[in-house]
Design a protein around this ligand. Structure first.
Ligand SMILES: Cc1cc2nc3c(=O)[nH]c(=O)nc-3n(C[C@H](O)[C@H](O)[C@H](O)COP(=O)(O)O)c2cc1C
Length: 334
């Protein structure tokens, strides 16, 4: 209530990306998150999940993109998230697209972004994570690393970028997500198909033939049934640990703002759930699915779990509902 009545209206007076930076600074670099922890964080033993060798104290995770550079690990744990996904990182640092590049759709509870993977680069993120590990401050919740390619890297050479990101961070993250689904890096989503997919997943699998590091793939919501079948074949062929479904959509039908970029939040919810349901059917339920797209409350979460998701993530729901949303969803699930 306090967030929706006071903090959110103030945040929403600021440009979206600036508001995001402010909240990241406040949560990651001040004691705010630990002050909120007694209210935000609860133990939910009934919601614990064990998947691909990791224990998730609850199924609600922070989606990729919120903490691209691994700044707030302790904060996400303090706020009660059951896991976090950092990144997307790329081998070399890059600034992303020109601003403005994030837009709100308040009447639809959505966002449009075309950030284009601004990040400090894989090596820097790896160093940051190593320091946290060495200092004994590693969180007690799983830490995922979402990996991508630099904007200038040609699609034919993309496999090398993913490999470099994996090599840099393999010892400082618990699971890895191949991001081939952001609409904001030209051509990236073509990597979800055929030879390109092989050229990324093959070398990554060769690098870790004993499946020591769970490797997942994050897909777009705009894939056809045939394309989803192809993804599932690749998941089997390369023995992937799971599928993250979905990234933002390029479908802006009926939206009051037609900015270029990917749509997240409420407008994405139904399609994302549909993709989860299709994947669950195609895999016969044997491949864990991380459901993401328009989760704002316990009903949204239940819908995606019923469709076949084993874990959930949120980004836009966190922006609109605030720091107590994880606790509220978990209580609702119980
Ligand atoms: C501003 C913004 C930045 C994002 N950056 C990334 C990213 O770097 N990598 C990624 O895989 N997904 C990224 N996403 C997509 C989210 O992880 C998520 O898949 C999508 O927003 C749907 O979830 P939501 O409706 O809960 O926001 C981003 C989303 C937003 C809104």
């Amino acid at each position: 209530m306090l967030y929706r009545r006071v903090a959110r209206p103030l945040f929403f007076l600021l440009p979206p990306e600036f508001a995001h930076h402010l909240s990241l600074i406040a949560l990651a670099h001040t004691p705010l998150a630990s002050l909120l922890a007694p209210l935000a964080r609860r133990e939910f033993p009934g919601l614990e999940r064990k998947l691909f060798g990791l224990t998730f104290p609850n199924p609600i995770g922070l989606a990729a993109g919120f903490d691209k550079n691994a700044e707030g690990l302790a904060a996400w744990e303090s706020l009660g998230f059951g896991f976090m996904e950092l990144g997307t990182i790329t081998p070399r640092p890059q600034p992303g697209n020109p601003r403005p590049r994030v837009f709100r759709l308040p009447s639809r509870q959505g966002l449009i972004n075309r950030l284009g993977f601004p990040n400090v680069g894989a090596e820097d993120v790896a160093r940051r994570l190593s320091r946290i590990k060495l200092a004994g401050h590693w969180p007690h919740i799983p830490v995922g690393m979402n990996i991508g390619k630099n904007k200038e890297t040609p699609l034919e050479e993309a496999g090398r970028d993913y490999l470099l990101c994996f090599r840099a961070t393999r010892n400082v993250a618990d699971y890895f997500v191949v991001n081939v689904s952001s609409p904001n890096t030209p051509g990236l989503r073509e990597l979800q198909q055929g030879q390109f997919l092989d050229s990324i997943l093959g070398p990554l699998r060769d690098e870790d033939p004993d499946l020591r590091h769970p490797l997942l793939i994050k897909i777009a919501p705009d894939l056809s049934d045939g394309q989803l079948e192809e993804i599932v074949r690749a998941v089997d062929k390369y023995r992937l640990a799971g599928i993250v479904a979905t990234n933002t959509t390029v479908d802006k039908t009926g939206l009051p703002l037609q900015e270029e970029g990917g749509v997240s939040g409420r407008p994405l919810a139904a399609r994302s759930t549909e993709v989860i349901r299709s994947l669950h059917r195609l895999t016969g339920g044997r491949v864990p699915i991380i459901g993401v797209g328009g989760v704002f409350n316990a009903d949204d979460a239940k819908e995606k779990l019923a469709a076949g998701a084993s874990l959930l993530q949120l980004y836009t729901g966190f922006v609109y509902e605030g720091p107590f949303v994880i606790r509220k969803i978990c209580e609702g699930l119980l």
